[in-house]
Design a protein around this ligand. Structure first.
Ligand code: KG4
Ligand code: ZN
Length: 382
């Protein structure tokens, strides 16, 4: 539920928002001033709890948020000299995300806002990722750059979503395209699991791909005439490549006593194919590298085309996969307009981005009422 309040384009300077984020596997609290200045940004990751399962377990995530929320909130609040008196509004992510996880942060934020008699603002997690681009990075605090300008094109690439959107003003979004199957981050996580690289997959793939020698490639799903994406075929191509190698290894092992170390069946080799008969570390690096190149090529090509078609003044990169160095550098290198990426720590889930999005939402005259519930499938811009 959204209650329109009179739009207030000029909130008083120093307007300070406390925000909570618990949509997935990070418990986060942040305090942001004037929608851009970081006062506190505390994130407790649950990575250790989920690692052994190879992915996020919703029930474990919910319990962990309950345990971590108060300490995280207390740590964020220590940065305010006069404590709660400094706050002007409270915000929390209301969706999309895991319902049990979202409930913790949303209800805590409502309770604080109610008790302090402050406005309460429910925030869309996808919008929040985009608004990480409004935050002034700590390293640039002395000479902040101006905020993003409209129209701009945003590429949101996270563990649960992959989409391209045109932003013509605060709160005015047009969805240009989205994934038809796996999200980009999900593909990174699944491919990392296939390659035995552990969880979370994105950073592990990026690390493994450092040894990529550019000698092989994997398919790209272009879906011509659309700004949609598809990564499941690519994931299957990786699976087949790994299975091909496993079969080759099995044959080599069973043939070993009679034939020495050499395999009976020669692997297929051509310039594009990834050879399966190299040392395992090298093989893993080639597959990880070719996978990363494929994802980055499609994301970058489509984003640049959208920016050109819609006359974007800049491109905003957002979401956990925006932490990927290859994606950041290729997009900046190939785009013919400025590209803005949040600092790596603000790409993955955090509450500072929620506070930034909440500021512009409240400034446009929107605030939520107490009936606001979690919305696990909330689409962008709602
Ligand atoms: O935005 P986020 O923190 O959570 C969601 O909203 O989903 O994104 C998490 C996703 C995971 O799939 C993770 O593997 C991916 O972001 N990720 C990366 C990198 N760091 C995190 N993907 C590629 N390269 C990275 N360096
Ligand atoms: Zn996220």
């Amino acid at each position: 539920m959204v209650t329109p309040t009179p739009a207030n384009p000029l909130l008083p300077p120093g307007f300070t928002i406390l925000a909570l984020e618990t949509s997935c596997d990070e418990t986060a609290a942040a305090i942001v001033c004037d929608g851009r200045t970081l006062v506190a940004n505390v994130v407790a990751s649950q990575m250790d709890q989920h690692q052994r399962y190879g992915g996020v377990v919703p029930e474990v995530a919910s319990r962990q948020h309950i345990l971590a929320l108060v300490p995280v909130l207390e740590q964020a609040m220590t940065t305010l000299p006069t404590g709660w008196e400094n706050l002007h509004a409270v915000a929390a992510t209301c969706g999309p995300g895991l319902s049990g996880a979202l409930l913790t942060g949303l209800n805590a934020a409502k309770a604080i806002a109610w008790q302090r008699d402050l406005p309460f603002i429910g925030v869309n997690h996808l919008d929040a990722h985009i608004y990480a681009n409004w935050l002034i990075p700590e390293a640039a605090a002395a000479s902040p750059s101006p905020p993003p300008s409209f129209p701009c094109v945003a590429l949101v690439v996270s563990g649960g979503h992959t989409l391209l959107a045109l932003l013509t003003d605060h709160g005015h979004y047009q969805l240009l395209g989205q994934t038809r199957d796996d999200a980009a981050g999900e593909a990174f996580d699944k491919v990392a699991r296939i390659l035995g690289l552990g969880y979370p997959g994105g950073p592990a793939i990026e690390q493994a791909a450092r040894g990529f020698q550019g000698t092989g490639s994997l398919p790209r799903a272009w879906l011509p005439g659309t700004y949609d994406f598809s990564f499941s075929g690519l994931k299957t191509a990786v699976l087949h490549k790994v299975q091909e190698r496993q079969e080759w290894e099995a044959e080599a092992t069973s043939a070993a006593p009679a034939l020495g170390a050499s395999p009976r069946r020669k692997p297929r080799k051509n310039e594009q194919a990834i050879a399966i008969d190299m040392p395992i570390d090298q093989f893993t690096a080639q597959v990880a590298g070719a996978f990363q190149e494929s994802v980055v090529d499609v994301l970058v090509t489509k984003t640049i085309r959208a920016a050109q078609e819609y006359g974007a003044t800049e491109i905003l990169l957002a979401g956990g996969v925006a932490a990927n160095g290859r994606l950041r550098s290729e997009l900046s290198r190939r785009a013919d307009c400025p590209v803005r990426c949040p600092p790596v720590a603000l790409c993955t889930d955090n509450a500072a981005m929620v506070a930034a999005a909440a500021y512009y939402r409240y400034r446009a005259g929107l605030q939520s009422d107490w009936s606001l519930d979690v919305q696990p499938n909330l689409p962008l811009g709602r």
